[in-house]
Design a protein. Structure first.
Ligand code: FAD
Ligand code: FAD
Lengths: 380, 294
């Protein structure tokens, strides 16, 4: 086994890093401060193939692997973790349609998603059910050749701006087996949105509640079979979690690079603070943590690509470990900046705020431990 | 796209010479020895060469044909060629041979002109050869004209833009920047163009382009494979120029004024700066205050 990227992977990484450096990083602080969602920039990324990274190429997808996707999201996050994360969510939704959709659904929806003319949102969480997602209450009642969806989704990334919503709703019994997934278009009557939530980070993308009041969805827009919705939603999350971890990794790298430069510039007690061994050791630990996080993330991504039966466990391990460790690295980078780290202009506090939510969403890190412990202890 | 291009009957062939140079924005001066620290400095494609490449790609996209990028350099110069392929070049040729080491502009333009002739034989005679105006490391601006002379090509230097090409009449019109304004020049093809910073934004390669570039075979030629017979014209042997010494300009006797910023607010520092400027330029203060009151 050799731990090097292939020439192709190096090439896509370089390309995504260039994009992050030129198109994301220079604006990241501004977008955060102005709470601006840069849709045009997302479309520019899409034009380069980043909206359908692992979508099959017959509909115009880029046809890459999960490992490739993790490499690309990591690179994008060096420019802005919040934008990289939205790219990840959009890819996850497109990936669910590519994998579980009918041919007709793939041809109807994917081309628009691949250009990001239409953005996509993932709607699982509800006000009363987050971690216990299978307890969701949004109902889907069959009526002829359609379903009527009623309920509320909470914390939906991109909501209001997205044109397409993958909504998990209860079409049958209690528990996971009674859930189906639906593709809902924005202009469908009965679909409305809450206010943009005021939040700690991820200011460059909106988060809103999504209200469904007898929203009529044609049966043709059901994704997968009836009762398959929860399984589809969870399968989507396996890859999604890798990408959220990758976004933490890229963000932490950017913070680390800033700290590395800063300790050489800043002087205290008559010397550059980088001359204090305590800080040198801190940087050494941060660099080591980043290497471990990256190596393990790639391992989990490779397992998912190989359809390894352990993949779900590995993805959960990676999400928990990488997002926790990278948050700590970013926070350390802030500490090395002293008071300046706390100022918006230096861009480090923004990264810390952005990375904090990665420990919470797409399954909290406690839920990741739940998945791992179930897998290793064989319990339900 | 590629298929459409190759279906056209008479294809245009454009050669772009690119050089890998250290990213001067990232070069640091050693704080103690005051020498330039080249180690670990990332390399980039010489910026003017990128404008040349963009112009070439635009011509190709419009008229059909192929763009070949060429560089002479060490094996690691392959990175620059891969990047050019990512931007959309169709073919890349790396001219590499330890006998080229130490080339000055004379030897460089000799080797490149021989390689361009060989490219002509192997892949079709070029209609346009592009170079950058000059590099950001050697800075001589001699290589382009040197190639033109050896290949007996019309040379159009300091070009900012290609205005039009009439390929069937084998004519090209360009905008050349010169002292006193812009000249619009018409010339016959084939020709050599040295490119200024262009007017077009440089395109970005997609993921697919990056993959294609990574999968592309790069043509690698040593001196013999490039058809070079006279080795006395290559490398150190073929280079009459000797760089005897590179040095940083000696600082002038007069020292820049310094403002001590420790334990001062930004406002204090700004006040002090303005006061200091006005002390040295009393006329300026007068001018500013009178224009404000006007
Ligand atoms: C600091 C420094 C000082 C130097 N001073 C001199 C000097 O005074 N005289 C001298 O003869 N040499 C000098 N050299 C060597 C010089 O860099 C090289 O001889 C030479 O290969 C190209 O000259 P240039 O970089 O000035 O190119 P320019 O003539 O400025 O380049 C014009 C264009 O030619 C093309 N081109 C140039 N080199 C290559 C290449 N290797 N492959 C493909 N295309 C290329 C590019 O399109 C480029 O934009 C110096 C080098 C350095 C690093
Ligand atoms: C900015 C942002 C964007 C989001 N985007 C989306 C989106 O696009 N789509 C979407 O569907 N959702 C989204 N979410 C929702 C997110 O996935 C949920 O917030 C998350 O799953 C946690 O659910 P909850 O908030 O209801 O917390 P709860 O489930 O109420 O958890 C509260 C605490 O209890 C812990 N806990 C719960 N159960 C257990 C257990 N069994 N053992 C141990 N600890 C437990 C949790 O880890 C947590 O610490 C987003 C959230 C945020 C903040």
């Amino acid at each position: 086994m050799d731990f090097r990227l292939s020439e192709e992977q190096e090439a896509i990484r370089a390309m995504a890093l260039d994009f992050a450096r030129d198109e994301l990083a220079p604006h990241a602080i501004d977008w955060d401060q102005q709470k601006h969602f840069p849709v045009e920039t997302l479309r520019a990324a899409a034009a380069l193939g980043m909206a359908g990274i692992y979508i099959r190429d017959d509909v115009g997808g880029t046809g890459l692997t999960r490992l490739d996707a993790a490499i690309i999201i990591e690179a994008l996050a060096t420019g802005c973790p919040a934008i990289a994360s939205f790219v990840s969510i959009h890819n996850m939704c497109a990936g669910m349609i590519d994998r579980y959709g009918t041919e007709a659904q793939r041809r109807q929806f994917l081309p628009r998603l691949l250009t990001m003319e239409t953005l996509a949102s993932y709607c699982l969480t509800e006000p009363g059910s987050g971690s216990d997602a299978a307890a969701l209450k949004t109902r889907a009642v069959r009526e002829g050749d359609a379903y009527l969806l009623t309920g509320q989704k909470q914390f939906i990334s991109g909501a209001g701006e997205s044109g397409l919503y993958i909504v998990m709703a209860r079409s049958g019994e209690e528990g996971p087996k009674g859930i189906s997934a639906f593709i809902v278009e924005k202009d469908t009557p009965g679909l409305t949105f809450g206010a943009n939530e005021k939040k700690m980070g991820w200011h460059a993308q909106p988060t809103r509640a999504v209200m469904l009041d007898n929203v009529r969805v044609s049966a043709e827009n059901r994704l997968g079979a009836e009762g398959e919705g929860f399984r589809i939603a969870m399968a989507g999350l396996d890859g999604g979690r890798l990408n959220i971890a990758a976004a933490s990794l890229g963000g932490a790298e950017a913070a680390f690079d800033k700290a590395l430069a800063y300790v050489e510039e800043r002087r205290a007690f008559g010397r550059a603070i980088g001359e204090f061994q305590a800080l040198q050791f801190r940087l050494a630990d941060m660099a080591t943590d980043l290497e471990i996080a990256r190596t393990f993330l790639w391992r989990a991504a490779a397992a998912l690509d190989a359809a390894d039966p352990e993949a779900t466990k590995l993805c959960a391990m990676a999400k928990r470990f990488v997002t926790d460790r990278c948050f700590a690295v970013a926070n350390d980078a802030l500490q090395l900046h002293g008071g300046y780290g706390y100022l918006a202009d230096y861009g480090v506090e923004k990264i810390v705020r952005d990375l904090r939510v990665h420990q919470i969403l797409e399954g909290t890190n406690e839920i990741m431990r739940l998945i791992v412990s179930r897998a290793i202890m064989g319990r339900k | 796209m590629t298929n459409m291009r190759s279906e056209l009957k008479r294809l245009m062939h454009i050669v772009v010479c690119i050089k890998q140079v250290p990213d001067s924005a990232q070069i640091r001066v050693h704080p103690v020895t005051n020498t330039i620290m080249r180690q670990g400095v990332p390399t980039i494609i010489n910026p003017y060469d990128l404008f040349a490449l963009e112009e070439a790609l635009k011509v190709r996209d419009y008229h059909g044909g192929e763009v070949t990028v060429l560089t002479m350099g060490p094996p690691m110069a392959e990175d620059a060629l891969r990047k050019a392929l990512t931007y959309g070049a169709d073919r890349a040729v790396l001219l590499t041979d330890r006998h080229f080491a130490g080339s000055d502009t004379l030897a460089t333009s000799f080797a490149l002109s021989q390689a361009i002739a060989q490219i002509g034989k192997s892949f079709g005679t070029p209609d346009i050869v592009f170079t950058g105006k000059q590099t950001i490391d050697g800075d001589t601006a001699q290589v382009g004209p040197g190639i033109a002379k050896r290949l007996n090509l019309v040379q159009l230097t300091y070009v900012a833009k290609i205005a039009s090409i009439d390929f069937s009449a084998r004519k090209i019109t360009v905008e050349r920047r010169s002292e006193g304004g812009t000249q619009v020049l018409e010339s016959k093809l084939p020709c050599l163009i040295t490119m200024l910073e262009g007017t077009a934004a440089i395109r970005r390669g997609s993921l697919e382009d990056a993959l294609r570039a990574a999968r592309s075979e790069i043509v690698k030629w040593n001196a013999a494979e490039a058809g070079i017979e006279d080795m006395t014209k290559c490398g150190l042997r073929g280079s009459p120029t000797v760089v005897k010494r590179v040095f940083a300009p000696t600082p002038r006797a007069e020292k820049a004024a310094q403002i001590d910023t420790t334990e001062k607010t930004v406002r204090d520092v700004a006040d002090e700066l303005v006061t200091s400027i006005f002390t040295h330029q009393p006329a300026l203060e007068h001018e500013l205050s009178s224009s404000r009151s006007a």
